[in-house]
Design a protein. Structure first.
Length: 479
RNA sequence: GGAUGAUUAGCUCAGUGGUAGAGCGUGCCCCUGUUAAGGGCAGGGUCGAAAGUUCGAAUCUUUCAUCAUCCGCCA
């Protein structure tokens, strides 16, 4: 019976009246042969257990190594030391699982680097940094559902295995049960997918949007929140081959409604974490500040993590059109001093350096860019009356880049099919998608928010591989 | 996919052609109300791999591998 244990977080908040308590957790430190710091993941703080000298077997004390698991019974008393209010005076100490310090690869006192911790991702949750990151990640995921539930959105589970690659969002992972060394062939030598499990070629999903649109055409407002897969050979601190995405899709929404929802959503997530995970955020803020001390002055952030989050909460996102964005770039000192590596002119797909200039130098806050040229955006985005642009919107965040991509969708069947043909999208295969435009079509809109990018922004971590438990990136799927 | 850089002890790193180093961790001893506890002693590396240049290579050259950063693709 283990349920009598008190979590460390609750112990630390308790009044020390000498009550009997049971603590279980992992040893974080053992000082002076008397003071055991125990952590159970409920908080970054440890409970100090005092094993009075001479009262415990040397053989037991020797086994109190870092990350050994223990069960301690004792009394909760006010601490005589300065570092903590309460401590547990141990009456019994039981080792649940030993941890051989000569072999254990995670010695916290060594200040292991984030890169090294990625190599031992199965153990890195036992550090303060990853403890905080993943408690915050949990809180953000919970807040996603809370936000949409409060608004009456329906949570749709869109399929992971799909046959369509219509969005063209990227290279796809193939799903098949055909034998790799000897697949069935057609007469022309191509692989015969009619003999495959689904009787056709299938892939892992790159987006739940198209299916989401189908559901929105009945429930009015839905959202998806699930894993997404892109087989791009992307080697950056912002891309994963497997990542989680939130995709709301709303009938009776135009582009402005869409932007309003996205901004409210992001602020809701930040507020939720500020109110519920302050301790973890404070730790992460301190971690970030220490990391930035190593950087040259001009590369450090102007604001601390907490300051940055408060700033985002208290200010409206800047909203500009693509055309205005290009004008700002063309009139910028950076452009005049030829600081940009890539050309700036109307019609370009803005490069990272351009987006960063707008967000980090010019506006210094999140920016929503709208009405992009149609030629650089997806087929389903609603065509504006100017014939040149579509009702798209991207939200760019400082340090992260694109965190949201969305649009008002093209609800007019003729405009949509025309655009699909121009972009060589197989219209016949998409009959089910086009049916929504045939039968009771309505103006609607939606967006995708990259969950890990949101976690990056909130935690101040700089590499996306450090905000997902077991990152999937090119040449990496060890755990 | 492209560019740049890195790879030396368990970890973090120093070592630019002449016998392989530090801090931390680890082990043993001492101390005992500590807070990254303190003091002492000890063990620990064919310098990412292969080939080459050289009397001699961690150090120079080539190829490969892995990692990081930036770019492209996007969320």
């Amino acid at each position: 019976m283990f349920n009598k244990r008190v979590k460390v977080k609750d112990l630390l908040a308790s009044e020390p009246t000498g009550q009997e308590v049971i603590v279980m957790g992992w040893v974080r430190g053992f000082r002076n042969n008397q003071f055991i710091a125990i952590n159970d993941g409920s908080t970054n703080n440890n409970i100090q257990v005092v094993a009075e000298l001479g009262t415990f077997d040397e053989a037991i004390l020797k086994r109190l190594t870092q990350s050994a698991s223990v069960k301690v019974t004792g009394t909760l008393i006010a601490s005589q030391g300065k570092g903590q209010k309460v401590e547990v005076k141990a009456t019994t100490i039981e080792i649940l699982g030993d941890c051989d310090p000569e072999k254990y690869p995670l010695q916290l006192r060594n200040r292991p680097s984030l890169e090294y911790l990625r190599e031992i991702a199965h153990l890195r949750f036992r550090t303060q940094t990853f403890g905080s990151v993943f408690r915050v990640r949990h809180a953000l995921a919970f807040a996603v559902h809370k936000f949409y539930n409060e608004k009456g959105f329906v949570y749709m589970h869109t399929p992971i295995v799909t046959a369509s690659d219509a969005e063209g969002a990227g290279e796809m992972f193939r799903v098949t049960t055909l034998p790799m060394d000897n697949p069935p062939r057609n007469e022309d030598g191509s692989i015969n997918f009619k003999e495959d499990f689904f009787g056709r070629s299938t892939n892992l999903t790159v987006s739940g949007q198209l299916e989401g649109e189908l559901a929105a055409m009945a429930f009015s407002e839905i959202y998806t929140f699930g894993p997404t897969f892109r087989a791009e050979n992307s080697n950056t601190a912002r891309h994963l081959a497997e990542f989680w995405m939130i995709e709301p899709e709303m009938a009776f929404y135009d582009l402005e409604d869409n932007m309003n929802l996205a901004e409210e959503f992001i602020k809701y997530l930040i507020r939720h974490v500020m109110e519920n995970n302050r301790e973890d955020l404070d730790f992460l803020a301190q971690r970030l500040a220490e990391e930035e001390k190593q950087l040259p002055q001009d590369k450090r952030s102007e604001m601390g993590l907490i300051e940055k989050l408060e700033f985002v909460l208290n200010n409206n996102f800047e909203r500009i059109t693509y055309t205005e964005a290009i004008d700002i770039l063309l009139n910028s000192p950076a452009y005049k001093k030829k600081k940009f590596q890539y050309e700036v002119k109307w019609g370009i797909d803005m490069q990272s350096e351009h987006e960063r200039y707008l967000v980090e130098k010019h506006f210094k806050k999140p920016v929503i860019v709208t009405n992009y040229p149609k030629d650089i955006k997806a087929f389903y985005m609603r065509q504006n009356d100017d014939g040149k642009t579509v009702a798209a919107m991207d939200i760019l965040a400082p340090g992260i880049g694109e965190i949201v991509g969305g649009s008002q969708r093209e609800e007019r069947l003729d405009k949509l099919t025309q655009r699909m043909e121009e972009m060589h999208i197989p219209v016949e295969e998409m009959w089910w998608f086009l049916d929504t435009r045939r039968y009771g079509t309505v103006p609607h809109a939606g967006f995708g928010l990259g969950f890990e990018r949101m976690v990056l922004f909130v935690t101040g971590m700089t590499n996306i591989r450090d905000v997902i438990a077991f990152p999937r990136t090119p040449k990496n799927a060890e755990f």
